[in-house]
Design a protein around this ligand. Sequence first.
Ligand code: M6R
Length: 613
Amino acid sequence: MCGIVGYIGNQDAYPILIKGLHRLEYRGYDSAGVALIDGDQLNIYKAKGKVSDLEESCTSKNIAGTIGIAHTRWATHGEPNHINAHPHYSQSADLALIHNGIIENYAVLKEGLKQKGYTFQSQTDTEVLVQLIEYVKTSNKTDISTAVQLALKQVVGAYAIAVVEKSNPDLIIAARKSSPLVVGIGENEYFIASDASPIIEYTNKVIYLEDEEIAIIRRQEPPKIVNLNNVPKTLQITQLEMSLSELEKGGYPHFMLKEIFEQTRTLRDCMRGRINIDNNHVALSGIIDNKDKFLNARRILILACGTSWHAGLIGEYLFEEFCRIPVEVEYSSEFRYRKPVIYPDDVVIAISQSGETADTLAAIELAKNAGAFVYGICNVVGSSIPRHTHSGSYTHVGPEIGVASTKAFTAQTLVLIMMALNIGKEKKTIPQKQFEKILLELDKIPDKIEMILEQNSKIEDLSKIFTYAHNFIYMGRGYSFPIALEGALKLKEISYIHAEGYPAAEMKHGPIALIDNEMPVVVIATNGHTYDKTISNIQEIKARKGRILAIVNKYDDKVKNMADYVIEIPDTEECLGPLLSIIPLQLLSYHIAVKKGRNVDMPRNLAKSVTVE
Ligand code: M6R
């Protein structure tokens, strides 16, 4: 999704803004732009394509100025082109504005402004907003910060904005509603950004803006935060824990590969302080602090999108098996627009890597308004979801930059496993022996992941065989069904090969019609109580000449004899299987996408943080 960067201080703004835009590239975008104030000039430069295209187009331009704003745009209103790229000038070219989000009532506002003589260059909702601010400013004869407040009161929708004014070169105004915005506090310099990644190399002190708050950032003065009614708010400065090295590729060709290989460490980090093998103990502070809510839950509702939704599906199997609590897993986008039945004694678990997914945030509000207790599982510390939920657990995997979620998925799954064990133990719904066995095995998971990662070059070789394919089917049963869905999503989003995941037994209800000798079928056929049933499903595929790539456990002999290709992974407890079986599938997708020359870290049309619905 779109990215915002802003700077005001004593340094040249342009290099800071460009570097910041590069740091935000992982979010996904299709054009970029920058606005700089130099003396009495307000210069805007824009380019379709990458930030490097913008840099190239700026080589012979005046890039001086110690104040500026910059943007990467992910098209919503109007195609991705130079004209629709941000920043946008106001009619008089005295204001420049960048915007993330969607102004839902832009058409009505635009019509009103047209009648007042305003003309528009772009198809964007953003240009409407900057014109509206200028109109409010001139018609009310007010200053820019009051004009922003008054204009935003007329806006329906989501926004994170930054505005600069030619005649006011010591001021940036920023505001947010339902779209994240962070203000960085340096030494006599200030930064704004959609997330902390462009800021971290300059300062670790930040202020997270809340909805309908406006930051008035003047040179050499502490920022002032007010709401839309101009009521000031006490500054709440947060210390960032992220380090710059965590944002770099560390010698890997892509962030995705780095993040796949990090999983041995990230899962250890995620378990740290939460599991004690010697004492047979699992405790998540969010569960302990809200024990009664979980013990008395009538139902668990899991809300998420994409990969996080797949982790939620594993959660369903876990909570039902170990806690005997009924579970429903919902796409946030569907849930929020249904008329869902929500009970006050429901526990809602919202899962999100970014903590900013617009649909999940809206679904959380719905659940809270119905009186449910909402627990967040998030990765990005201080993001919107942890701030809007009653309690929760962080996954602690560090920044995930690759658009395809990998280490966040395994950590989300691990948090759900620890939650189910913690609640199951408290409820006494999990036999002590089984609890201890799983705990012991959990401790071995990072080493077992390491063993799978050692097969990277074998998986890379295997990937060559499959680059021809236009379609893929993934299948699994039980805990492996969500892995079939996740494996298929990983492949399609980065290689652009069509792939679908199915519960293996569903094949004969329709999808089996697709099988022929060109169709690769990836089967997760690891040990478990449906192993024999999966074998029957494999036979059905073989009988129709499908080409089987099976994920099997070491020492498996039955599937190996039937499959065309196999990848062996270590054995583990059935409920922990997803933590291992997803690793070869992540690697397979990665290598196929690389072989096909795809932009693995920033696949087309996708955004890392989906802040619009
Ligand atoms: O940040 P979130 O976990 O809320 O994001 C949800 C989805 O947009 C995300 O998982 C998406 O499906 C990924 N690209 C999958 O790799």
